[in-house]
Design a protein around this ligand. Structure first.
Ligand code: ZN
Ligand code: ZN
Ligand code: ZN
Length: 359
């Protein structure tokens, strides 16, 4: 991990940040490999822009931190010590402190009180600038995550059928996700009208014959990388005509976006390519969310594939392409793949059929 925190030090120095303070979460895991529990007791990586970093941990977590293989000095504090004073002593006379974006507000204030002479700035962009480009090992981990979640989608016919509730189907899906992943992060089974709510999860609605069903699922692999893929199924019966019409438009839009996304184009252009197709077909108002989000050790991270983001995509960036069309009260559909920019193109990591799958 040394090369990661060293890069963060270089970026901090270039941005005028004298020290980064990082509490448990994906940034800490990315920089040190330590998956710290988000406890009330303070764990904090003190990463000066020059010199050696120190991981401050409660004494009772010391063994776990060391066992995780961190390659930084571990300093522990005892139950009645003031951990903020310890952090302050390690920070020294740094004038500008970068705080991780997800640090608890109570800690931000406590650090402010312990370091009255320092300016606090948000430091999250330093780490996200590193995390946004996946190295070869991370790309491989995401590729595996894609294979894992594809296998779950391939088994949908075992569970999804008329007469069962979304919750019953979702419980089976969750169990299947756990066979290959370390955690099941979310299961969305949106049957019939519930498909029109993009983040609908599970209800006790009984799936009817002829219901289009939107299934969006994801987990985190043992290597710590996330999967996320949406497919659309028809539970018996025949395809409603209105649905078939918009589904064809959605497929065209998502295909165009996959063909467009590659190094050198902007994030917002990927969104625009699909949005134009959907709007031209008259469904523009029904595609009410961005096209996608970055993915890695978190399901949602940078880069966001959204209008207004003129970030130029480069090799190693991984993100979802997931346009959707939602007709309130009737049904919705979304097609979602995770993809990663290669040196000169796009590798799509989800490869189950994108057409409406009739079970
Ligand atoms: Zn989402
Ligand atoms: Zn997604
Ligand atoms: Zn999703």
């Amino acid at each position: 991990m040394g090369s990661r925190w060293q890069k963060a030090q270089e970026l901090s120095a270039a941005r005028g940040i004298d020290a980064l303070l990082i509490t448990p979460g994906a940034d800490l895991r990315y920089l040190t490999g330590y998956e710290a529990l988000p406890l009330e007791r303070l764990t904090c990586l003190v990463l000066p822009s020059e010199g050696d970093p120190t991981l401050v941990v409660p004494a009772l977590e010391r063994a776990a931190a060391v066992a995780s293989g961190v390659d930084v000095t571990v300093a522990s504090w005892n139950e009645t010590d003031d951990p903020f004073a310890l952090v302050a002593s390690l920070v020294g006379d740094a004038a500008t402190i970068g705080i991780d974006d997800h640090m608890w507000a109570a800690r931000v204030f406590a650090l402010g009180a312990a370091l009255p002479g320092a300016d606090q700035v948000l430091g999250g962009s330093i780490v996200s600038e590193l995390r946004i480009r996946k190295d070869a090992d991370e790309a491989q981990a995401l590729r595996e995550a894609g294979v894992f979640i594809d296998r779950v989608h391939e088994r949908m016919g075992e569970w999804l059928r008329p007469g069962r509730t979304e919750r019953e189907v979702g419980t089976d899906i969750a169990a299947a996700i756990l066979v290959e992943h370390a955690t099941c992060d979310f299961v969305i089974v949106g049957s019939g009208p519930n498909g029109a709510s993009p983040h609908h999860e599970l209800s006790d609605r009984v799936i009817q014959e002829g219901d289009p069903v939107l299934v969006d699922i994801g987990g985190t692999t043992p290597a710590g990388y996330c999967s996320d893929s949406t497919r659309n199924y028809l539970a018996g019966g025949s395809v409603p005509a209105e649905y078939a019409e918009f589904y064809a438009v959605l497929e065209t839009a998502q295909t165009a976006q996959r063909e467009h996304a590659r190094p050198g184009v902007t994030a917002e252009s990927v969104d625009a390519v699909g949005r134009h197709i959907i709007a031209d077909a008259g469904y523009g108002d029904l595609f009410m969310h961005r096209t996608g989000h970055g993915i890695g050790q978190e399901t949602h991270e940078e880069p966001y594939i959204v209008a207004g983001n003129d970030l130029v995509l480069t090799e190693g960036m991984a993100f979802s392409i997931e346009p959707g069309i939602y007709v309130e009260g009737h049904f919705g559909a979304r097609i979602e793949d995770i993809a990663i920019c290669t040196a000169d193109g796009l590798e799509v990591l989800n490869n189950t059929p994108r057409e409406l799958v009739i079970l």
